[in-house]
Design a protein around this ligand. Structure first.
Ligand code: ZN
Length: 345
């Protein structure tokens, strides 16, 4: 499989505070790993800055102006956790634009799937404000772009970052054309993502939140994927799958309390590939969100890329793991919440 990769030195020019977990070191380490990887079937897709019109598919004009005004400024604090440096605006535009280029490459058949290795991350960014290390909502902009420019109708966004993707949820809250499913630690930053946040108006049922207590590991996550994400995706029939890939659920992550290992990320990737294979010809793109233990992040991204490169194989969905009581209770409750819209899954 040809795996499209987006990487760009501009992403290293978004400089955060000293000791800030979302630092350029994250991508420096990933890019060094990439250079040492067997390059067979890796297709480097050049990034470009997203245009103001593209960014404003999700964000409002006034907020876009606030961010563009930071260009060249030494430092601006957009949110308690989110600061800019002189080139942060360029990095943020190119983070969004990198994902758009990956979408074009995917739909033109130049790649089979892909991974946008970008920063700043995006899933907390709201239409009108930066939040939680995020400036522009890269994945939400990409979904809107795929719909408006490429005529894709139904898009599934799976967000397995440690944190709830409040910005992505709000971008599509009343919209049944984008199914947003998030697993996240709860209660935790940003405080949203409870079971009863299911969407509104026509979008009711098209936001699915799976709030998890800390300590969940590989078998818990694969159980959730198999029991909820897989069956609902089959009913939704997405034409494209986008993944907010946050590696802060890694067991070594300093911010999170989850216990996922590289094996777990491989299994989740395989399950997402399986959904994409059966529903939309394998069209799946991963977009980097969090992940703050440099070694755990780098190894997990590597594992994910190696899985994406493998030829499709059907996953064995036999229920042969020993999922804990905590996760089975969460899954049972989510299934109750899903019933009005999705029936029994
Ligand atoms: Zn996160």
């Amino acid at each position: 499989m040809r795996v499209g990769i987006v990487r760009d030195s501009i992403y290293l020019q978004h400089i955060t505070d000293d000791f800030h977990p979302e630092s350029p070191r994250r991508l420096e380490s990933i890019y060094a790993m990439l250079a040492n990887l067997n390059q067979v079937d890796l297709v480097y897709v050049p990034a470009r800055p997203a245009t103001p019109e593209e960014i404003c598919l999700v964000h409002d004009q006034a907020y876009f102006q606030v961010v563009s005004d930071t260009k060249g400024e030494t430092r601006r604090r957009l949110d308690p956790d989110t600061v800019t440096s002189p080139l942060s605006y360029d990095a943020a535009c190119t983070a969004a634009g990198g994902v758009l280029e990956l979408i074009d490459a995917l739909l033109a058949g130049r790649i089979d799937n892909g991974f946008a290795l970008v920063r700043p991350p995006g899933h907390h960014a709201e239409s009108g404000r930066a939040m939680g290390f995020c400036i522009f909502n890269n994945i939400a902009i990409a979904a809107r772009y795929a719909q408006k420019q490429q005529g894709i109708k139904r898009i599934l966004i799976v967000d397995f970052d440690l944190h709830h993707g409040n910005g992505t949820q709000h971008s599509f809250y009343d919209d049944p054309s984008v199914l947003y499913i998030s697993t996240h630690q709860y209660p935790f930053y940003p405080g949203t993502g409870w079971y009863d946040e299911v969407g509104e108006k026509d979008g009711k049922g098209y936001t699915i939140n799976i709030p998890l207590s800390g300590g969940m590991g590989d078998t818990d996550y694969t159980y959730v994927f198999r029991e909820i994400i897989l069956p609902v995706s089959r009913l939704f029939r997405p034409e494209m799958v986008l993944v907010s890939a946050g590696f802060d659920i890694h067991r070594s992550d300093p911010l999170g309390g989850m216990a996922v290992t590289e094996r777990g990320f491989a299994a989740m990737t395989r399950l997402l590939l399986d959904i994409a294979e059966s529903e939309c010809g394998g069209k799946v793109l991963f977009v980097l969100e969090g992940g703050y233990d440099t070694e755990g992040l780098t190894n997990s991204v590597k594992t994910t890329i190696l899985e994406l490169r493998n030829p499709p194989v059907h996953v064995n969905f036999a229920k042969n793991d020993n999922s804990g009581v905590a996760v089975t209770q969460v899954v049972a409750r989510v299934k109750e919440v899903l019933k009005p819209c999705w029936g029994r899954v």
